[in-house]
Design a protein around this ligand. Structure first.
Ligand code: SAM
Length: 280
């Protein structure tokens, strides 16, 4: 397998010879720029002897570089045609390559191990759902490296008091420190997407901001607080059917009329603790 992934002509010719078509439904935009793929590989291969999961390998543009770095890859791909290509042509001789066929949203939760790193050039329509699913299922590798729509990366990294800050930002930051690493131009993809992309590197914190025994309540509180952006935190917390909502708010040193986007993660931890006491 020596496909030149940087040549649109070669990529199209392999697709044609295999009877494959690109699918909009699965958010398929292939990374055809060598420098971009090499910069991503550098973020992934951060130490020796790594085990990795890749979400959405497509034709294997990033996978091939990662395998060449001696990394063990378990790849999750939904498109049956690409699965066939990966198994039978691209990496048929690769002992370090395993393929899990099907919807990653379902298959990731069935694995028995957690890898050192998870990465992927994620389909725009399900990228954030996949990341949320991993974190909610406590699948927390040392590092995650994703290529996403730039706005999604900005939401992942957003701090309180900014328009981009949401329950998703909070979820992405309780166990990780995310950084927008670099931007990738539209022209680096085939077909060219409508929006700019960026690579986010999410480095696991030494210690989660949320203690384990509080995690479930925290996730519930986080969802409730941001459920309606225009509403005050008191109104949003009503969905939790608390015994004494005013006490929960007062013991978190809040007035109740604040909006969720002003709350730091530490503050949401305080609220979650108060909600736990309310349940007793
Ligand atoms: N990694 C390749 C690259 O960079 O050239 C392809 C990236 S493309 C943006 C997204 C890939 O994710 C496609 O191969 C698509 O079929 C796959 N995909 C989409 N939804 C998926 C899902 N729910 N589970 C697993 N793979 C999915």
């Amino acid at each position: 397998w020596n496909l030149n992934y940087d040549s649109v002509k070669e990529v199209i010719s392999v697709l044609e010879s295999e009877g494959l078509a690109m699918s909009k439904k699965f958010g398929q935009n292939f990374l055809i720029d060598h420098n971009a793929r090499e910069s991503i590989r550098e973020k992934i291969a951060y130490k020796e002897n790594l085990s990795a999961w890749e979400i959405g390998p497509g034709m294997g543009a990033i996978t091939s570089l990662v395998l060449n770095s001696g990394i063990k890859v378990k790849a999750f791909e939904i498109d049956k045609g690409f699965c066939r290509l990966l198994k039978e042509r691209a990496f048929s001789d690769e002992a370090n390559f395993t393929l899990i066929e099907g919807d990653a949203l379902k298959t990731i939760a069935n694995q028995s191990e957690i890898p050192d790193i998870i990465y992927g050039n994620l389909p725009y329509n399900v990228g954030s759902i996949i990341i949320a699913r991993l974190i909610e299922n406590s699948i927390l590798p040392e590092r995650m490296v994703y290529t996403l729509q730039r706005e999604v990366v900005e939401r992942i990294c957003a701090k309180e008091n900014s328009d981009d800050y949401s329950s998703f930002s909070v979820l992405c930051q309780i166990d990780y420190k995310p950084t927008l690493s670099f931007v990738i131009r539209k022209g680096c993809f085939y077909p060219e997407p409508q929006v700019e992309s960026a690579v986010v590197v999410m480095e696991k914190r030494k210690e989660s901001l949320v203690p384990n025994d509080l995690r479930e309540t925290f996730l519930e509180v986080n969802r409730a607080l941001f459920s309606q952006r225009r509403k005050t935190i008191k109104n949003n917390l009503k969905a939790l059917n608390l015994k004494d909502i005013d006490r929960v708010i007062a013991s978190s040193n809040l007035a109740g009329n604040e909006r969720a986007e002003t709350l730091s993660i530490e503050k949401i931890v305080e609220i979650a603790k108060a909600v736990n006491s309310d349940k007793l």
